[in-house]
Design a protein around this ligand. Structure first.
Ligand SMILES: Nc1nc2c(ncn2[C@@H]2O[C@H](COP(=O)(O)OP(=O)(O)OP(=O)(O)O)[C@@H](O)[C@H]2O)c(=O)[nH]1
Ligand SMILES: [Mg+2]
Length: 693
């Protein structure tokens, strides 16, 4: 593969609802471009893009995959993203390096959630996009209906630039709207041949031309004047207007075809190479210097090199592969580069282009292009590699925050470390999930965007690190406290043979605003000598970790040493420590101990029409609604909910909103748990502690 200048490169991402046909479309595009000689299917596990064993097993995409191909004197880097919302991090990585995108749609059933979400993401990031109505081979495929729905949802910027010619419910050809030409399609091979323009399309095409004229007129003042004077646009002006409209988001062309059958794909590729922005469109970009100042850098090949690492693959044979897009200058193989985020130099071996998992060696990769490199040591996803003389940091992918948390345990006892180290290695490939060892609940917990993501990680643990992991409910970090002030004695006295043990304390326990325990002493007349105070405090501190109700840590507590007695010979630090512990265990049951449960602040983002359902559900979870706001996508409900009620919320919200809703969750404080909740927790905890012993 030759090196192309940025003006001849198209970095195009494929987004859309799960299963709409993104991977199939990538396959057809690669086939048209002769990068592969036969088309695989995701159901057969032999596509270029879904090469990961986890993808083959599940028959869905879980990674963003790149395939480079050449098309009519230009180059396309196809960026195939997963449709499943659990892999949103991958989709974000794909969008980060794309200059434009195709939203792949099904040919019936309206605009699916996945397409809706894709459009939202692309608009937020100002990535120009077009629609491809796929699956035109299926019975009852209805192109016009989808176009109408899209126009209803996204307005007049949605304009079909190809229309399928149907013959008895089957697609038989395609109308090229811009050039008013028609092509018949060989249904077996997908190849097309020009045919006479069918008269029944005259009116439809004339109407679309009028719509396009309006978009073209809007694109600049000169064209607007021409439009109003009634003069027709030249072909060149037409193209210029389309280009501008596409770039600024006032035009979203719609194309039609069937990826699986390779219908309409060649036509789509021609349009991409003509009308979508090239990688060289932006002449400058904003980056930052290592000390955080904003800096504008040129994107030409003569500039100092900068490249952004948007994805890392942990290949079992080759090791780590870092995928990057070059933003300025030329990335040369077999040199040293500077990682500006880690402030370290890295030795670079050979570079290559990726076509799925296949690597095509390249001696250098120029500005605008996407490449890969193996075996970098310190570089991770989101790092910038650059020329050491001009260190810059390119803007990072802001990955989604995980919301589903589960406990993770090995099937075979003792393999906890294997799980931890395996997951740490996997976080190279998947920067979204987190794993921690929660010291308080003594549970290893993993957080991700949904069950599917966590199950993929479990499967990788098994296949790559040979450890079986199981999931369990996350343990809730309850606390205990008291509501009454009490004064109690703790006395430790032992006389066994020679040296005895003697410690005696009177301690007042009372509720107090603090995250743990506050210790004071008010001893008069030396009833407890000063040098034993630290031992008393230590004895209490050792005790607050395990409350008297259910062994949870005790908070909001003040302990004051008020009195006691000692023995000249038998008193020791140890004896006073034990005495303090006894006072704690005697005193707290008398001080109306209560169970505290953690409360989380939860912000739920949902479509407006789901407001009632979501609030009703929050009520069932003992949640309090704190406010309802609106954002550009619908309603935002803020509430405070006992954390224990939120364990399966990621999955529940998904099903209540068909995947449209999302939420954030943050611990805010502890509150006394209602007595029936407390009784249940205490009972379960006792069983758990007994089992542990
Ligand atoms: N009939 C028909 N089936 C198609 C077409 N395109 C894709 N499919 C099938 O639909 C299923 C899903 O296709 P994929 O290409 O894997 O869909 P995807 O959008 O990549 O799915 P995810 O990456 O998992 O979101 C597969 O069984 C494909 O063979 C098409 O044009 N017509
Ligand atoms: Mg796919």
């Amino acid at each position: 593969m030759i090196n192309y200048p940025a003006e001849k490169i198209r970095n195009i991402a494929l987004l859309g609802h799960g299963g709409s046909g993104k991977t199939a479309l990538s396959e057809a595009m690669l086939f048209c471009a002769k990068a592969i000689d036969r088309m695989g299917r995701s159901t057969d596990g032999n596509t270029t893009m879904d090469f990961d064993p986890e993808e083959i097993r599940r028959q869905i995409s879980i990674n963003t995959t790149i395939a480079a191909c050449e098309w009519k004197n230009s180059k396309m880097n196809i960026i195939d993203t997963p449709g499943d919302f659990d892999f949103l991090g991958e989709t974000m990585a794909g969008i980060r390096v794309a200059d434009s995108a195709i939203v792949v749609m099904a040919s019936k059933g309206g605009v699916q959630v996945g397409a809706e979400k894709a459009v939202r993401l692309l608009k937020k990031r100002s990535v120009p996009f077009l629609f491809f109505v796929n699956r035109m081979d299926e019975p009852n495929a209805d192109f016009e209906h989808i176009v109408e729905e899209l126009r209803g949802q996204y307005g007049i910027s949605v304009i079909p630039l190809s229309i399928p010619i149907m013959n008895q419910d089957k697609m038989a050809g395609i109308v090229d709207v811009m050039n008013k030409r028609a092509f018949s399609i060989d249904l077996k091979t997908g190849s097309s041949k020009e045919m006479p323009f069918p008269a029944e399309f005259e009116d439809r095409v004339a109407k679309i031309h009028e719509q396009i004229n309006e978009v073209v007129a809007e694109s600049d003042e000169e064209l607007m004047e021409k439009y109003f004077s009634g003069e027709p646009f030249t072909e060149d002006e037409f193209r210029r207007g389309i280009h501008a409209g596409f770039k600024d988001g006032s035009l979203h062309p719609v194309y039609a075809g069937s990826a699986l059958n390779n219908w309409g794909v060649e036509f789509l590729m021609n349009c991409i190479s003509k009308d979508t922005p090239s990688a060289g469109m932006k002449k400058t970009i904003v980056a930052s210097t290592p000390d955080g100042a904003s800096i504008e850098i040129g994107t030409g090949e003569k500039e100092p090199m900068s490249a952004f690492v948007f994805k890392t693959i942990a290949d079992p044979f080759v090791g780590r592969i870092s995928l990057f897009r070059v933003y300025s200058g030329v990335f040369k193989g077999n040199t040293m580069v500077y990682n500006a985020n880690k402030e370290k130099e890295e030795r670079v071996g050979g570079l290559f282009y990726m076509v799925g998992k296949k690597q095509i060696p390249a001696d250098q990769i120029g500005a605008g292009d996407i490449g890969a490199i193996a075996k970098l040591v310190t570089t991770q996803t989101n790092d910038t590699l650059c020329d050491k003389q001009r260190p810059v940091i390119l803007s990072k992918i802001s990955f989604p925050t995980p919301c589903l948390t589960m406990g993770i345990v090995p099937k075979v006892k003792g393999e906890e470390d294997k799980i931890m180290s395996g997951l740490n290695k996997l976080s190279d490939e998947d920067p979204v999930f987190t794993v921690i060892n929660d010291a308080e609940t003594r549970q290893m917990v993993i957080s991700g965007l949904g069950e599917q993501e966590i199950n993929v990680l479990r499967s990788k643990l098994k296949n790559k690190f040979n450890v079986d992991a199981e999931l369990e409910s996350p343990r809730v970090p309850y606390r205990e406290s008291i509501r009454k002030k009490v004064k109690v004695q703790g006395k430790h006295k032992k006389q066994s043979g020679g040296h005895g043990q003697y410690g005696d304390v009177w301690i007042e326990f009372e509720p107090f605003e603090t995250d743990s325990m506050v210790f004071e002493e008010k001893v008069f007349g030396g009833s407890v000598p000063k040098n034993f105070f630290p031992a008393v405090e230590k004895g209490l501190m050792d005790s607050v970790g395990k409350g008297v109700l259910a062994g949870f840590p005790v908070v909001n507590l003040k302990a004051t040493l008020v009195d006691g007695s000692y023995h000249d010979v038998d008193s020791s630090e140890m004896a006073f420590k034990i005495a303090a512990g006894l006072a704690f265990r005697n005193g707290l049951p008398q001080a109306s101990p209560v169970l505290l449960e953690p409360i989380s602040a939860v912000t739920v983002h949902i479509p407006e029409d789901k407001q009632g359902d979501i609030m009703g559900d929050m009520n069932k979870r003992r949640g309090r609604i704190m406010g309802i706001d609106a954002d550009e996508d619908g309603s935002v409900i803020s509430c405070e909910v006992p954390t224990a009620e939120m364990a399966s919320y990621a999955t529940d919200l998904k099903s209540m909103t068909q995947g449209r809703g999302w939420y954030t969750i943050k611990h805010i404080r502890y509150e006394q748990a209602p007595s029936e909740v407390a009784a249940k927790v205490i009972e379960e905890r006792k069983a758990f502690l007994e089992e542990e012993e």
